[in-house]
Design a protein. Structure first.
Ligand code: NDP
Length: 424
């Protein structure tokens, strides 16, 4: 029988979970999970709330960013991410740490007009009234100006086929600014409507945050990169080659960049930021010249390996769900940050550290050596191994010809059988 989901959003939490249980034929134990992870205040964050979905939070260490020691809370379900970030940061720490550059921190929003017979002429009219339109924007969110932020500039871009984009640049201070900017854009769109007698097609922030770029760099003496039988010089050369391949080939670039975003997303989640916004902006920036490329670049002169990573990372330390997320606030304390810019600088360094560790492993021992131990641990836990059983099971799994769930379950069963017999 299909449960009745009509007016689901108007139901109480108990009614909702009953309907879901009926639909999916949940056992009482399964249904109890809704209660186990339930947080009352989260009804206010999303619609049709059922329960929370916990993710592990850990700490990456060894970071020195602009001369300051930092610890980095990271939320991720993927083994190895935190180990790799800490490992990359340790190498850079020995080389003096990361340096970062942040020149501008403004969000861009768009008002798009359509069906224009002469978009250039409309653009000219709008630009002539730019100062008045900036005032309209500020009046739509006056508290921002009081805090020292507000609308900064306006530009127009003729998109072709009768479309015109009016881009509003706003200093959003400590927030990410999406909602604030959207309110300002809608007010400006109304004024533009009166001015040009054209209704806007849409008014919305752009996640292509090219006015919020932040860059991390590091210079590592090649000796610090030595790995097993690979000399530091060879590792540096191979890492530079790997970087070149990511510039040339979108197949490689995509995975190269996924590794960078492993760290950036984990910190974005830990700090209560919208990681989808960062993901879309970062990947768009990786394709800024028309081809999708690696986000970072590594070069070597034989003595030093130079790494750099520049991305749009418009994050906030207020606003969104941060104000009701106690852990996001706690994590700001762990990070020791005072401004949104501090968070951006740390976040870009995390991306570069992650990439350094991944590339160094890839061009030397391969990624699996480091990963496998952690992957096997996840496998053993999924197969039901207890904490006490883990070390032995991991030893056996590492030698097993097949490292899959069935094998792991068999190994655990065998081990328990032997233990029972010995205990008897
Ligand atoms: P909010 O709507 O929460 O606005 C920021 C809030 O922070 C305001 O209430 C502001 O107060 C307050 N604030 C306190 N101190 C400061 C300060 N120093 N500087 C700036 N603001 C301060 O959040 P955002 O506008 O930042 O929007 C972020 C949210 O928008 C995220 O949750 C995101 O997921 C979502 N979003 C994202 C979109 C996208 O990426 N495309 C689209 C739509 C939403 P006051 O009101 O007094 O100024």
């Amino acid at each position: 029988m299909t449960a009745d989901f009509r007016h689901f959003y108007q139901k109480t939490w108990a009614e909702r979970t009953d309907i879901v249980a009926q639909q999916a034929h949940l056992t009482p134990a399964e249904q109890a999970l809704f209660k186990q992870y339930y947080l009352e205040q989260h009804h206010e964050i999303i619609e049709n709330y059922l329960t929370d979905y916990p993710l592990p939070m850990g700490l990456a260490v060894n970071f020195v960013v602009d001369g300051v020691n930092r610890i980095i809370p990271m939320v991720t379900e993927e083994p190895s991410v935190i180990a790799a970030a800490s490992n990359g940061a340790k190498i850079v720490k020995r080389a003096g740490g990361f340096t970062t550059t942040l020149n501008q921190r403004e969000m861009i929003g768009q008002i798009v007009l359509e069906h224009l017979a002469d978009p250039e002429q409309t653009a000219t009219i709008i630009e002539q009234h730019a100062a008045a339109l900036l005032d309209v924007a500020d009046a739509a969110h006056p508290s921002l100006k009081k805090r020292g932020g507000g609308a900064r500039s306006l530009r127009t871009r003729v998109l072709g086929q009768g479309y015109l984009s009016i881009d509003l640049f706003v200093d959003v201070q400590a927030a990410m600014g999406a909602n604030m900017l959207n309110s300002m854009l809608e007010a400006v769109a109304k004024s533009i409507g009166v001015m040009t007698k054209t209704d806007a097609l849409m008014s919305i922030l752009s996640n292509y945050a090219t006015a919020s770029l932040v860059k991390a760099e590091c210079d590592i003496p090649v000796g610090l990169l030595q790995a097993g039988r690979y000399s530091g010089e060879l590792v540096a050369q191979k890492m530079a080659s790997a970087s070149t391949v990511a510039q040339l080939d979108p197949y490689r670039a995509t995975t190269h960049n996924k590794g960078i975003m492993n760290g950036i997303d984990a910190l974005a989640i830990a700090s209560g930021n919208d990681w989808r916004a960062l993901e879309s902006g970062a990947h768009a920036y990786a394709a800024k010249d028309g081809q999708y490329r690696g986000m970072s670049k590594w070069t070597t002169d034989g003595t030093t390996l130079h790494g750099e990573l520049e991305l749009p990372l418009p994050v906030g330390i207020v606003g969104g769900s941060i104000k009701i997320n106690e852990l996001a606030q706690l994590n700001q304390r762990l990070l020791g940050i005072q401004t949104a810019g501090d968070l951006e600088r740390i976040m870009i360094a995390v991306g570069l550290a992650q990439n350094l560790a991944a590339l160094r492993a890839l061009v030397t021992t391969g990624i699996q050596q480091g990963h496998m131990h952690l992957q096997l641990k996840s496998l053993a836990m999924a197969a039901g191994a207890t904490a006490a059983e883990l070390p032995k099971i991991l030893q056996q799994l590492e030698l097993a010809p097949q490292q899959d769930l069935a094998t792991t379950q068999r190994l655990i069963a065998d081990m328990r059988q032997i233990k029972e017999e010995t205990d008897d």
